[in-house]
Design a protein around this ligand. Structure first.
Ligand SMILES: C[S@@+](CC[C@H](N)C(=O)[O-])C[C@H]1O[C@@H](n2cnc3c(N)ncnc32)[C@H](O)[C@@H]1O
Length: 265
């Protein structure tokens, strides 16, 4: 078992809040990824690290045959409720429970960098796609263009546990360096065929809903477990103050990167 047990607990702790307040914030990214993956009617699609199932639902609207997987049983349950006929399972990105070459396209929206062994996760995405099929993977954009990521690193970073000696968890910002995300796909054996970026401003109607949303994210759950909810909430309040608009809503500007690779025969 890879990182799925730990990640599943972190992302599952407030699964309903994630589904209600977070996942739609990256709706423009999910749409761009479906286009980049060439998802059309009858595409056999795997969404790996599917969360509460937003991309899976959008893919089903296109007529795709949707399979999805996530580490969190609570998020999987929400996705299953939304798409009762789809194959949606609990599982690990680093050891996918699927046969070789069974999908026409594989998507992974903001999930691979949570796997303890990101290269192993990438190899799995490539293993299960057919020759000529596409794998589309996303990551946060550069920190200077991602206000929420910057706030997380500066304010929540100090509240996170120190990793054990010799362990250096992947930092989301490293994938935003020029060419870094494409390199991850190439290393896994894919030929890069397309790439792009999508703006996804995170807008919350109030600081209370900003907190409900942010507290549902796995890394913030880790900070809560380590430093206590009061400290993490206070750090978010500070960050929100700099992003609160006159009507009381809170807005963080962000961009996300996506890269599409094709499997060679
Ligand atoms: C930022 S959320 C993205 C969810 C979804 N793709 C979306 O865009 O709404 C990251 C997701 O990756 C899942 N995840 C993290 N590590 C995983 C692993 N090793 N195996 C399977 N899923 C994992 C988490 O449970 C979580 O649902």
């Amino acid at each position: 078992m890879g990182s799925a047990t730990t990640q599943g607990q972190l992302w599952g702790a407030r699964a309903q809040d994630f589904a209600t307040y977070v996942e739609q914030l990256t709706l423009p990214l999910a749409s761009a990824v479906l286009d980049a993956a060439h998802v059309t009617p009858s595409t056999r699609l795997l969404d790996a690290g599917c969360g509460a199932g937003l991309l899976a639902v959008l893919a089903s609207f296109r007529g795709a045959r949707v399979t999805a997987l996530d580490a969190s049983p609570q998020l999987v349950a929400i996705a299953q409720e939304r798409l009762p006929k789809a194959d949606i399972r609990e599982g690990d990105l680093e050891a996918l429970p699927f046969a070789d070459a069974g999908f026409d396209a594989v998507t992974a929206v903001n999930s691979i960098f949570y796997a303890a062994d990101m290269s192993a996760a990438m190899r799995e995405l490539v293993r299960v796609v057919r020759s000529g099929g596409r794998v589309v993977v996303t990551a946060w954009g550069p920190p200077e263009r991602c206000e929420l990521l910057t706030a997380l690193v500066s304010r929540i970073g100090p509240l996170m546990p120190t990793p054990p000696p010799g362990v250096s968890p992947p930092h989301p910002a490293t994938l935003a360096e020029p060419g870094a995300l494409a390199e991850v796909l190439q290393q896994a054996g894919l030929r890069i065929v397309d790439e792009g970026e999508v703006a996804c401003p995170f807008v919350f109607p109030s600081t209370e809903l900003s907190w409900r949303a942010n507290a549902s994210a796995g890394p913030n759950q880790m900070a809560i477990a380590h430093s206590g909810e009061a400290a993490v909430r206070a750090a978010f309040m500070e960050a929100d103050r700099e992003h609160t608009r006159p009507d009381g809503s809170v807005r963080y500007e962000n961009v996300f990167l996506w890269v599409a690779g094709e499997k060679q025969s």
